[in-house]
Design a protein around this ligand. Structure first.
Ligand code: DGY
Length: 323
């Protein structure tokens, strides 16, 4: 029987799967990001750990762990994990791809509509009692149907976002390291370089993982290449965008607006962002649906079971440790 440390309360199914297999589950006491010292001491006593994107799984944490069998991230993004350090130590890592694809793509669409059709501003005026009645010039926003959708990073989530454009008959452009035959076949999408995508798209939706090469992929230069009527949507990772430069671009109407679910310095936002009316901001909730969060919890728990049994987890980030 092993001891599994879970760094924050998760949907029940995670504990059910782990306890059902006879393991002891220790869930960190507080419902908030775990202070580093508590994380390290929890890791030190565990045989395996379920971590969150707010936990830094680095060499220090790995060395604090005695004979740890692995770390299972409750997220598809794994920029909080040092994969090379884990591989060097022979420690398996896993993430939760697939189960949150639909929910995240839907959130990208929700943000796209919310910012282009000015839903938050409209809701605010209705609640305030200040709406003077119908007016021909009120809350004019951006059109969606027939406009060009640019997908930056056509992996699982980028592909799902693009496929959902079908009903809106949007030409689709995408950037990716490899050709996406599904998008080309289903939508006639065109693979282009980033500069072309920025110049031609009316909606630019970001779906790249955060890596050294994608940090601040979007900054002043990128915003200047975009149409001043274009909208930027980000459900990936905040630091892909230089947030201070985004605030400036939104303030000066270099681009029309942005829909953001992720931030460079979570949980903080850079000064000025929250004061802008051409941005819709949500608290990193793109995967927050029943099915998606349950799916993440179950997959993370199954990955832990595999690690404890010395098997390769379903969604292993460093399968080479099993060779
Ligand atoms: C992820 O999975 O990477 C999201 O950011 C949180 O669900």
């Amino acid at each position: 029987m092993a001891q599994v440390f879970v760094t924050r309360k998760l949907p029940e199914v995670a504990e059910k799967v782990l306890r059902g297999a006879g393991h002891t589950v220790i869930v960190a006491g507080q419902d908030g990001p775990l202070p580093r010292d508590e994380f390290i001491s929890g890791v030190a006593r565990a045989d395996a750990v379920i971590t969150l994107l707010t936990d830094k799984v680095d060499g220090e944490a790995m060395d604090a762990a005695g004979s740890i069998k692995g770390f299972a991230n409750y997220a598809v993004g794994f920029d909080n994990m040092d994969v090379a350090a884990a591989t060097k130590r022979g420690i398996p890592l896993s993430n939760t791809p697939g189960v949150l694809t639909g929910a995240t793509a839907e959130m990208a669409w929700a943000l796209l509509f919310a910012v282009s059709r000015r839903l938050v501003e409209s809701d605010t005026i209705m609640r305030s009692g200040r709406w003077p009645g119908w007016g021909p010039m009120q809350f004019i926003g951006g059109d969606v149907g027939g406009r060009t959708l640019g997908i930056v990073g056509a992996g699982r989530i980028g592909t799902a976002m693009a496929l959902k454009s079908r009903g809106f008959e949007m030409p689709v452009l995408y950037t990716d390291e490899s050709r996406n035959e599904t998008l080309e076949r289903e939508l006639g999408a065109r693979k282009v370089d980033l500069d072309t995508l920025l110049a031609e798209s009316d909606y630019v939706s970001v779906h790249v993982p955060l890596m050294p090469s994608t940090r601040h992929l979007f900054g002043t230069k990128a915003f200047q290449r975009m149409k001043n009527t274009a909208y930027l949507i980000n459900t990936a990772r905040g630091a892909v965008i230089n947030e201070a430069e985004l605030v400036q671009a939104l303030r000066e109407r270099v681009i029309a607006g942005a829909g953001l679910d992720v931030y460079e310095f979570e949980p903080k936002m850079v000064a000025g962002l929250a004061e802008l009316d051409n941005v819709v901001i949500t608290p990193h909730t793109a995967s927050a649906t029943e099915d998606s969060r349950n799916g993440m919890a179950e997959l993370a728990a199954r990955n832990v079971l595999a690690m404890l049994e010395g098997r390769e987890p379903e969604t292993c980030l460093n399968p080479e440790v099993f060779q």
